[in-house]
Write a protein that binds this ligand. Sequence first.
Ligand SMILES: O=C(O)C(=O)C[C@]1(C(=O)O)C=C[C@@H](O)C=C1
Length: 281
Amino acid sequence: MTVSIAHLGPTGTYAEAAAIAYASWLTEETGQETILCPYPSIAQTIKATAQGKANIAVVPVENSIEGTVAITLDTVWQLEILQIQQAIVLPISHALISLAPNLNTIKTVYSHPQALAQCQGWLEEFIPGVKPLAVNSTTEALQNLNQDIYAGAIASTRAAEIYHLPVLAHPINDYPDNCTRFWVLSLQPSTSGTHTSLAFSVPANVPGALLQPLQMFASRGINLSRIESRPTKRSLGDYLFFIDLEGDASQTFVQSAIAELAAYAETLKIFGSYKIFTKLP
Ligand SMILES: O=C(O)C(=O)C[C@]1(C(=O)O)C=C[C@@H](O)C=C1
């Protein structure tokens, strides 16, 4: 069977690079053939996989400069049925791509909001007054860039090569060690790994509602590698808490922690246990 891997498109995105890295790993490990399936948005990538239209989704979840990719957490929470099979950390090195003769003539810069935010200091310093325009992905604007010499786009040098466009400046991210973590999601139960991701809402906004779950992890010696809050979208000030913990959900002490957490939580969702792969530059 050929494994279909959904990712944010069009071709050349960082998500596609992560999907390619996962596809090579999968083929090496299992001998399975893969096919890449680009989708116009991160939400559609995740939904297509939840609906069985693709076998796997590879989506960004957190960036070292800008933090959470909110749409990923929100969609995974809403759909509930997807499990994390693996996490992949990719270095992100942005380029300014444009047919403009020099930086001074650029009036607008297109990119994904995460990429624009990761380069905002550079943009303010080197193209002050430029208009940042958010689009669905770093590569969405590249197909039309040759129609506007006053426009630029922030994407990878790999994308510039794919679209045969010149790089005016690189790297332009505000911090050199920029990297993004991607989740590999599917409908299959996750196997095992070093980290477990879960999320919960609390029954009431009262003192200690979050302290009790956190204390429970601490008292068991379970290290949390990430905690993130997202609005429940029900009312202002009402939150969900996303936690990554160091441990495998099949370990007895993690199982008992999860059982105790269920008692504190209004709703608890477990997104699986998985390994984190770091692809070096
Ligand atoms: O637009 C892309 O190329 C993406 O893969 C999306 C995305 C993101 O959403 O964070 C992925 C990595 C970078 O952080 C910038 C953009």
